[in-house]
Unconditional design. Sequence first.
Lengths: 499, 201
Amino acid sequence: MSQGDSNTQPTGAEGPGGVSGAAGAVPKPVVQKGKQVVRRPDVDTLFSINPDGSRNAIHPADVHGRFQRRKNVLFAVLIAIYLVMPWLRVGGRPALLIDIEARHFYVFGQTFNAQDFWFAFFFVTGLGFTLFVVAALFGRMWCGYACPQTVFLEGVFRRIERWIEGPPAARAKLDKAPFSQKALRRGTKLLVFAAISAVITHSFLGYFMPVEVLVEAVTSSPGKHPTAFTFMLVATGILFVNFTWFREQLCIVVCPYGRLQGALYDQDTILVGYDGKRGEPRGPAGKQGAGDCVDCFRCVTVCPTGIDIRNGTQLECVGCANCIDACDDVMAKLGRPQGLVRYDSQRGFETGTRRFVRGRVFLYVVLLCLGLVAVTLALTRRRPFEALLVRAGGSAYALEGERIHNTFDLQLINKRPGPRRFTVKSSTGEAIEVVIATGELDLGSLEDRRIAVHAFVSKAAFKAGLRLELTVTCDEPDGAEDLVRIASAPLLGPTSIRH
Amino acid sequence: MSAESTRGHSYDGIEEFDNRLPNWWLWTFYLACIFSVGYWIHYHTVGTGDHPIESYVLEQKAAAERMAVQAANNPITEEMLLKLSKEPGFVAEGKKLFEEQTKCALCHGPMGHGTTAMNTPGIGPNLTDDHWIYGSKPMDVYTTILKGRTPDLVRKTMGGMQAWDSFGTDFVLKTTAYVLSIKNTNVAGGKAPESYAVKEP
């Protein structure tokens, strides 16, 4: 929909299938170059797909400006974090390692095992609500600045393509060149792309297997680590195809987050948009009565998804702000104020006022905070070790003369980041005689052990509801307070029923 | 690609354009169709592919074979344990481990006859008599020490034997050798056999 002569258009993203946007759209100009009609982006079709269904390769023009500078810094930082993280260690353990095979999860000095997997629920919902809040406030901020697809495509692959194949026009020309002429440049580019895809994949593997093992796997025969090797091959292949060919199709057609956006936007969401009031009607710089837009198409040529931002908010827009920088540049040259294309809300473009706090933002923030409170509580109450006292499989009790004999298993799991010594003692009174197979034992991090426990109580002292209680102490090093847990289970024995 | 070519339906004013699907998208559909033909023939017409249950059974069989090979190649054998139980030095080391108050002696008594140092009946059975709960063959004793024993519902045994594998193979071998060496020595003052223990020749 256009901002200029907008009637009562609903807000939200429009599909390539189109909503009712066509009605309010600017009439499509027919541009001819010689005899050929030049296709311009519109809201009725996907510009990256030709009318015959074939792919229209998009070669966004080079652009410079304040948002590009910010993005370049952010891309460098994010890529550095991604590559360095697997090598970082906290307290002698990997800073972030999700060892699925061993079911050991190391997260910034905390150790988790499979029983703690439910924390993942809070992580995923937290991520979801954070994206909700960001999307309601700033639209596809994530897509344009932080999504791996964008970071690697714009920060690495497109840049290398520029170095090897030249500026956009040269790249488009190379697309049409006969094979013999482009083989060398294309071949070089594809080789470099494949190598970088492999690096990204290996770094990814480093989050799921310890780097020492990864280095060993890389330097040894593929047969020694067949699973990791197969994964590496497949993932490298997928990344290679994605970054050489699929590119913006992922953001437009595949990514569910992109398609969710329409439901998260409202009138006040800050998006990349075009000030139609100021820009329309378009016309050359000197023309009487013309708006500020000189129809130079710079905003279109720099767009990585091939849209015309002047047609209004569209599903394809990933919020990269390329068009803002491009237009600002043109406006500066014309001596006109910048911001014809800028970050603003629909209401902002129409009335000049913005609302930041709205019902939906408030609701998303409240839900996010609820989740944060829950996870904080859960994490602080997380048990440093597990001590489960359970009846030995399939046993009830045995009468041995005047004594009742109960057998238990004490399941101990060390969830501390390092090895610890555990001491198990009975904390039940004299009435219950307790024999613990190993009262003192050392367990490595995330190691577990089953300990046999026998409890004896005389028939006279036994009553229903009597419980065995064990105090398990985990010795903390460096004078830290020892951790104590009580494990308890009911004792069984003969009881007479009184009426 | 003109705005006029719509599918002709309208829901709450929302209409659908009749644009051609991307060719790459169509190809995923065509390839899936081609794949399904091969899949159908492989699994349903010719039957060369294994159905989930069949492949599960096959995997189980392969696993069982692997374990059988492993068992056949197990370095610990009946003969080896018997031989170790006759080596005085090795048995002496086992005896030392056995007598440690927090290990075997806790339940079986320092002399292995089921009577504790305080002269009360221990939890564990007498290991010096001819009654055995879980078998007295060298491999039985080895397994009992290695993996522990849990209660048996049918035989109504108490279980409660600790698994000692975490102490290492060396510990298990030495204590096994010692237990085999004291079998049938009938140390005086031993604990009476449990009701469910079996007399062995």
